[in-house]
Design a protein around this ligand. Structure first.
Ligand SMILES: [Zn+2]
Length: 67
C-alpha cells in the first residue's frame, strides 16, 4: 500500500471565532489549524491539548514525513 501524505484533514475541533469545525493543514514545514468558514487560522499549539484522533493521526504523518 502506497504511503499517501495528506496536506489537510477535517478535525472535530471547533473554530473559536465562528464555531465551525477546523481543518488541520500542512503548508511547507508549518502545521496549523484553519477554518474554511470564516477564513481564520490558528497555531496548532493552541489546540494541541484538545487534539482529536484526526489531528493526532495527521501529526504522526507529518513526523513520519520529516524523518
Ligand atoms: Zn471560523
Amino acid at each position: 500500500m502506497a504511503y499517501f501524505a495528506l496536506r489537510e484533514k477535517e478535525t472535530s475541533i471547533k473554530c473559536p471565532k465562528c464555531g465551525k469545525t477546523l481543518k488541520i493543514v500542512r503548508s511547507c514545514r508549518e502545521v496549523k489549524m484553519r477554518c474554511d468558514a470564516c477564513g481564520s487560522s490558528w497555531p496548532l499549539s493552541e489546540f494541541i491539548n484538545q487534539a482529536d484522533e484526526a489531528m493526532e493521526e495527521f501529526i504522526q504523518n507529518v513526523y513520519i514525513d520529516r524523518i
